[in-house]
Design a protein around this ligand. Structure first.
Ligand SMILES: O=C(O)C1=C[C@@H](OP(=O)(O)O)[C@@H](O)[C@H](O)C1
Ligand SMILES: C=C(OP(=O)(O)O)C(=O)O
Length: 418
């Protein structure tokens, strides 16, 4: 461990904000400019999906311009390839439904294995004709003929993305939508959706389990995309395990990204000093990490792996609970993290929706990433204290942060030589 040194970072744009901004800009009246969007496999797949649907998308270094079509996708039928992106695979079927013609939505093997059924049930209840592969999975064929709207129920207990997709399409329906939410994970992502819809001029309100969205489309605007709070968790965790200081610019008290709670709630419970200002968040690690005991991560489960990767350095076991939907993401993340930590000699215990990590001294290992960017990025944090951590597929980080390994090495170098 080195003595406390400060590194300032600005991590790339938020994947979730970029995807939402692309969606609402596509239905807005006029041309929107997205400044500092995330440029990664997931968001490029989303932008290419919009282009396939007939929207005009120009990706330039100074920002992305999207010319909207309030009447829905200009293309009368298209094939949309979502690659590995859950946001694209869940949001774009809702957008395609607003058009007319036959739309095929497909994705990688990894994404084809992930659930879609609750979203498809809701679209069918809105009279959208959706044909899916066995188990209501991708690929989909949608025979679209606009959406009148009305009242619909959705079970967002395995993914909030189904609910966000319905909300986002609401202003594009003829009569608006009233959505009854039956169950829900990752609630901050739904709040982010509703807040961004309002920022683009939509009328979207929530009272308990009811969400009401007025028809009337969106207004085009310039929109600055915040840095990604989930990505920032690796840098905050790096400070936590090395006793150094990291300041992440562009992520402050006004953020709507729930994953900043990893820094503001989880790390203080582990003995870190955390300061949140208007436009930045600073984390300083302690001499020895404390166990936070049990951490319920239902709302912020993309940071589950970040916590699991620093848990071996705590003074006692860490129990992460209510993360059952992590088993149906890019990988079965509970099993993937238990396996990765096990390869390093750390003992864990798991259940259907929880993971417990015991303290220990990790050993060098070849980590199986399972093509999951967050396994590689989280285990890189453990690698700061464990020389010899290698990955079977280091490039899987391209999903949300293509330059992750270079930027993480620079952080290490700054601390080594700082
Ligand atoms: O709506 C979004 O942008 C996201 C919602 C979350 O998914 P779930 O709702 O499936 O947990 C999160 O894990 C994902 O990375 C992004
Ligand atoms: C779950 C994730 O992605 P998505 O669902 O958007 O594919 C993630 O980025 O951790």
């Amino acid at each position: 461990m080195v003595s406390s040194r400060t590194v300032t970072v600005r991590v790339p744009g938020s994947k979730s904000v970029t995807a939402r901004a692309l969606f609402v800009a596509a239905l807005a009246d006029g041309t929107s400019r997205l400044v500092a969007p995330l440029e990664s496999a997931d968001t490029v797949a989303f932008a290419n999906g919009l282009a396939a649907l007939g929207f005009r998308v120009e990706r330039m270094p100074e920002g992305w311009n999207v010319t909207g079509s309030p009447a829905g996708p200009p293309a009368e039928g298209a094939t949309v390839w979502c690659h590995d992106a859950g946001t694209a695979a869940r949001f774009l079927p809702a957008l395609a439904s607003l058009g007319t013609g036959r739309f095929v939505i497909d994705a990688s093997e990894q994404m084809r294995a992930r659930p879609m059924a609750p979203l498809l049930r809701a679209l069918r209840a809105l009279d959208v004709q959706v044909h899916a592969a066995e188990g209501d999975r991708l690929p989909l064929r949608i025979e679209a003929d606009r959406v009148a709207g009305g009242t619909v129920q959705v079970d967002a207990g395995t993914s909030s993305q189904y609910l966000s997709a319905l909300c986002l399409m609401g202003p594009g329906t003829q009569n608006g939508l009233t959505i009854e939410v039956l169950d829900e994970v990752s609630v901050p992502y739904v709040e982010l959706t509703l807040a961004m819809m309002r920022e683009f001029g939509a009328d979207a309100t929530r009272e308990g389990s009811w969400i009401t969205i007025a028809p009337g489309g969106y207004e085009a605007r310039e929109y600055v995309v915040e840095p990604d709070a989930s990505t920032a968790s690796y840098f905050f965790a790096a400070a936590a395990v090395t006793g150094n200081t990291v300041t992440a610019l562009g992520l402050g008290c006004g953020t709507r990204q729930g994953d900043l709670r990893f820094a503001t709630e989880v790390l203080p419970a582990m003995g870190c000093e955390v300061r949140v200002e208007d436009d930045r968040t600073t984390v300083t690690g302690p001499a020895r990490l404390r166990s936070p005991g049990e951490v319920v991560m239902r709302d912020i489960s993309d940071t589950m792996m970040t916590l699991a990767a620093i848990a071996p350095f705590a003074d006692d076991s860490v129990r992460i609970t209510d993360v059952g939907n992590c088993r149906v993401k890019e990988s079965d993340r509970i099993d993937a993290m238990a396996t990765a930590l096990g390869a390093c000699g750390i003992t864990t215990d798991t259940g259907p929706d929880w993971l417990m990590i015991n303290p220990g001294r990790p050993q060098p290992a070849l980590v199986e990433t399972r093509a999951d960017h967050r396994i590689a990025m989280s285990m890189s944090v453990l690698g700061l204290r464990t020389p010899g951590i290698r990955f079977d597929d280091p490039d899987c980080v391209r999903k949300t942060f293509p330059d992750f390994h270079q930027e993480f090495s620079q952080l290490q170098a700054a601390w080594r030589h700082g």
